[in-house]
Design a protein around this ligand. Sequence first.
Ligand SMILES: Cc1ncc(COP(=O)(O)O)c(CN[C@@H]2CONC2=O)c1O
Length: 403
Amino acid sequence: MFSIDKIRADFPILQREVHGKKLVYLDNGATSQTPQVVIDTIVDYYSNYNANIHRGVHTLSQEATDKYEEARIKIQKHFNAKHSYEIILTSGTTHGVNIVASGFASILQEGDEIIVSALEHHSNIVPWQMLCEKTGAILKVIPMDEDGSLRMDLYHELLNPKTKLVFCNHVSNALGTINPIKEIIHAAHKFGAYVLIDGAQAVPHIKPDVQALDADFYVASAHKMCGPTGVGMLYGKEELLQLLPPYQGGGEMIETVTFEKTTYAGLPHKFEAGTPNICGGIAFGVAVDYMNSVGFDNIEKQENELLSYATQELEKIDGLKIYGTTNKTSVISFNLEGIHPYDVGAILDKLGVAVRTGHHCAQPIMDFYCIPGTVRASFSFYNTKEEVDVLVNAVKKAQMMLS
Ligand SMILES: Cc1ncc(COP(=O)(O)O)c(CN[C@@H]2CONC2=O)c1O
């Protein structure tokens, strides 16, 4: 049974006040909050079994190794990967994208084509631009529409035998748009192109099934789904991860090292050079357990109720424009006519409401709408309708003060 009071009691930070006002945290698109069970896991690790992993002979190292590899299996099962070694633990989404982009630098040829969507976060644009500069490949863009959806008709026209890679986010962090990634993947595979899906904004709301999606690569960050910062995952089909060369050289990623030649470790350690974020990985596994204990059906229901209520109430405000009105998760990007989003965000902060303002690392979207940025309210399952009311009243107050 979903009890919002019980859920909110899991998050100590939600008791905070800012500027003498009760905190209303609506910046979940930037990072989600951390439940007590994840906080306790971090304290427990550093209090009781902090040790380096994989080759220690002593008890603490074995305990830490077991917990770390247990977390990998939890993540594998959550995303329904076929094998645990198809889950590479990274420092986050950006790291995962760069592993794949760097790997294809030795595979792409001049004139090959890469397709990205107009809705991408910079971390799923810049690495591919860098790859094109290195290889002479050509970047093509799936245009977006006024409602924040992708022009799928034009996507199908862009695909051709030269298309080698397609990159798209599952959910736009700036607008909340849920992209038709199954269709995107299926169409790309018809031309033999591989697809990387950026799941960073999807994983707080959706439980992706990478085998059902037939995604070649899927990346996400723990901090967006109640986990700690500095840890994330890259899923890759086994045969594709075998194809890619290592991303970084160092310890962990080797079998044998001589000055004449080094042989590399197999999956997943080939891509996990150096001492990993051991505690973060273990806590990521606990965050996955927590999200599943809440239940993604409950999460979807609560967040959709908040999204429709907030949309309905915000739309009553004259001069307020919402960007992205298509099929979406609980993210609302809006502006007040004639008022810079930064100024709105600053006033909301004084009133206890935490939102994000600016381009949200998605400048091409802001260029499309010819705006400098937006005010973004991003809701999680632990937010409430009462908090939506506080947001709406704060926006009205900001409009009065700034007009
Ligand atoms: C869709 C999307 N892709 C990639 C990233 C990058 O993730 P990492 O920073 O964990 O590597 C983010 C982060 N979301 C940003 C973070 O701050 N505000 C946002 O909307 C994102 O939302």
